[in-house]
Design a protein around this ligand. Sequence first.
Ligand SMILES: Nc1ncnc2c1ncn2[C@@H]1O[C@H](COP(=O)(O)OP(=O)(O)OP(=O)(O)O)[C@@H](O)[C@H]1O
Length: 291
Amino acid sequence: MLHVQGLVKVYDGRRVVEDVSFALQPGTVTAFLGPNGAGKSTTLRMVCGLTRPTAGTATIAGRRFAQWPNPGHVAGVLLDAAAVHPGRTGRHHLVSGAKLLRLPASRADQVLAQVGLSDAANRRIGKYSLGMRQRLGLAHALLADPPVLILDEPINGLDPEGIRSTRQLLRGYAQRGGTVLLSSHVLSEVDQTADRIVMIGHGRVVADGPLASFAGPARTVVRTNDVPKLGTALQRAGLDVRQTGPDALSVAAPTERVSEIAFAAQVRVLGLAEEQQNLEELFFRLTGGPR
Ligand SMILES: Nc1ncnc2c1ncn2[C@@H]1O[C@H](COP(=O)(O)OP(=O)(O)OP(=O)(O)O)[C@@H](O)[C@H]1O
């Protein structure tokens, strides 16, 4: 559905995007990840025809984005949430967008409801928070219910509720066959949303694959009132064990296995939880560290 082939961008003799290629299938959410300045926005701008590539091509449904007679019906784009008229209301902004796309004004209200902005529809955009502007930008991208969404840092500035509802919205959109490409420089923002990650560092793709393939083996954090006894039992079972607090151990095993061993050793467990995968570390290793 979206094909990027050998994209290169040179600014003032500097290669800021170097031979970036990937192809996205319908029904998927792909996170385009990289630290600040890695070349994400430049790549997305080339995909959307806003920046001319030095080399390479990007096509959506077989054509360059700008070659489509009605590009907004093919891909919804959110590149810069700040690029909206602050004196307009959210609703006015979306009604204008709907008109340009030859859609009924009622579409504005539908997408406002979809992103949870109905209550703020008649307030001026200048009074919106960053998170509200992000939601408005997402609403604009959704206007024509296009098959593809291209979103630059859509989670940035959202509160926890905004993050949760945006995740749900994007997952639901992909489940209905949509193709989503969203960029982020914070891995934890997208690890519950994306099926696949494409990581970019210094303009180059450094990793590309299903998110699960980058996650290390499952680890469990277990809290107990007898760290030495449980630690010994877990080590005897051949597991990698690290003490992470006065009453806490991190164990390279799923929670069920840790629970079984603790039960067999007759050690009281105060808490048991899956450890958050530290994908951030992997990210920095692959991209050569933050700039
Ligand atoms: N119009 C331009 N002229 C010259 N250099 C540019 C231009 N646009 C971007 N760059 C440079 O290209 C590099 C990549 O920038 P880009 O905005 O694509 O990175 P990014 O991964 O999106 O970063 P961020 O997460 O900060 O948005 C940076 O070094 C930036 O300074």
